[in-house]
Write a protein that binds this ligand. Sequence first.
Ligand SMILES: [Zn+2]
Length: 85
Amino acid sequence: MSPKRTQIEVVYLDGSRGKAIATGTNAAWVCNCGNEQLLLGRAAPDTATNTPTQVECPACHRQFRVAPIGGTQSDAMEVSEIATG
Ligand SMILES: [Zn+2]
């Protein structure tokens, strides 16, 4: 059975919120700066695909972290902005 897709929140440091799509430990979202590039992160690091838990928007350089529900191998729960660019 493949992981189901769920919608999770992107929480920005200014308090605004956006939406991300989570599939298991993976999360995909678009930064609210207007850059259209899809950002991809994981709640658990994956050395096979080299997908990080922390992702930087290439346009505004905000940094995001994908938080797991709990533990180190659990599904993505939320995407948090951890630093402004
Ligand atoms: Zn951005």
